[in-house]
Design a binder for this molecule. Structure first.
Ligand SMILES: [Zn+2]
Length: 427
């Protein structure tokens, strides 16, 4: 029997018991402790069966199993407690994930479990990514990744990682996967056990998340900056690896790939809301972490990379045309290339010096950069063979204007005449 159906049955039983017990009382603390221990037992049982329920699901389970413990009010007796426990364990014991879901469940158990597992909550300011921005262009496509501009650490930085829990085996396994980024980025993660640390990792069962890049510096010193909900022994190695690499990608300044300004996932928006509602996410949270695209001015990005470790899996039932993306469990070729370029010292500086009040987007060797009036940006470049294009709209007709800037110089983008024509010049 699929688990969602079990939930419904359990609710019915729990409500029935609840109705009969209103006239009886028992010390609240005892009910609470029993409910918690029972809930933990059931949760472990579910995990052992391969469901790996997310925290939001835990809440549902909690509600279910709190209810029956009102049953205790009927009789202040350990026998009744045990009977209640046995009854619910028996119900859950019939739960098998192999069986098909009933038609009333929108997503299959396996689909739900898989997507829940690989969905993390990335903490960002509330006002971040609230604007859909579909402005510029589709240019050449060769590399794809999305970084949050001005949130990257300096190339060559050492980032100290302090664990706020977990045993050394667990901690070392996290470090081992986090260090995969070091093979491609000029960055160094160092585990510390005391003192200041830029990245502070907890293993609480509240879902996984991380602050983005240098935003970590704004978090109060004794608070976690990253949570890895991976402490359960039943966590699969693939999921463990995928989550650690993903969260440390955020810590390095990467955003969610599905929110790239050039992402064009044909979302079925009502279905997306319905799906994430099952995880307890309100629509605003879905907008912030799934649907809304980042603004061009906030990112440095390539074309959308469906293979990125920073991409959420996308079920075909969440799109309008059957488009889907599986759960990615390793760094994509573009993840490696992009993080290598961003954390390289091999860069040129480009400044917005045009006589226009709007931001300018330019493309350099596969990466789009957008600069505000007056803004300067160091961007990854080649020592030879640079290809740079500026998006410009002279007389309202927009197109890419190409250049081949030599390495080793600073550049500015300036107005040429008054019709909106832009050009690249030495600075
Ligand atoms: Zn994430």
């Amino acid at each position: 029997m699929p688990c969602p159906e079990i939930f419904k049955i359990s609710f019915k039983i729990a409500n029935a018991i609840d109705d009969r017990s209103k006239l009886h009382k028992l010390p609240t603390s005892r009910i609470f402790l029993l409910a918690i221990s029972f809930h933990k037992f059931i949760f472990k049982k579910y995990r052992a069966r391969g469901y790996h329920l997310a925290q939001s699901c835990t809440k549902q389970v909690s509600i279910i199993f709190f209810k029956p413990f009102n049953f205790i009010k009927m009789k202040n007796s350990i026998v009744f407690n045990l009977l209640a426990a046995i009854a619910f364990i028996s119900v859950l014991a019939s739960c098998h994930k192999e069986e098909s879901a009933p038609s009333t469940v929108y997503f299959s158990d396996e689909e739900l479990a898989e997507i829940k597992e690989s969905t993390c909550l990335t903490i960002m300011p509330d006002d971040f990514a609230t604007t859909l921005d579909d402005t510029p262009p589709t240019g050449a496509i060769e590399e794809r990744a999305t970084g949050m501009k001005n949130k990257f650490w300096s190339p060559g930085s050492t980032l100290r990682v302090k664990f706020l829990g977990g045993n050394s085996t667990l901690q070392n396994k996290v470090m081992q996967y986090a260090e995969q980024w070091e093979q491609f980025a000029n960055i160094n993660f160092v585990k510390v056990t005391s003192g200041t640390a830029e990245i502070r990792v907890a293993f609480d069962a509240v879902g996984s998340f991380s602050y983005i890049g240098k935003d970590n510096l704004g978090i109060v010193a004794n608070q976690k900056t990253m949570n890895l909900d991976l402490a359960s022994p039943s966590t699969s190695e693939a999921y463990f690896k995928s989550t650690v690499i993903h969260e440390f990608g955020h810590a390095l300044g990467l955003g969610h790939e599905q929110q790239s300004p050039l992402s064009s996932i044909p979302w079925n928006v009502p279905a997306v809301y319905a799906f994430y509602a099952q995880m307890g996410w309100p629509q605003q949270q879905v907008n912030q972490n799934v649907l809304n695209k980042y603004q061009w001015t906030q990112t440095q990005h390539t074309s959308h990379d469906a293979q990125s470790i920073m991409q959420y899996p996308v079920s075909a039932s969440l799109t309008t045309n059957g488009f889907s993306i599986p759960m990615n469990t390793q760094l994509s070729a573009t993840d490696k290339d992009f993080i290598g370029k961003i954390y390289s010292n091999q860069k040129i500086k480009v400044r917005h010096a045009a006589n226009v009040s709007f931001a300018i987007t330019f493309w350099l060797n596969g990466i789009y950069h957008t600069i505000q009036p007056g803004e300067s940006l160091w961007v990854p470049a080649k020592t030879t063979g640079n290809q740079l294009s500026i998006w410009e709209c002279p007389n309202g007709n927009c197109s890419w204007d190409g250049y081949a800037p030599p390495y080793g110089y600073n550049y500015k983008i300036v107005s040429q005449g008054s019709n909106g024509n832009l050009t690249l010049a030495y600075d």
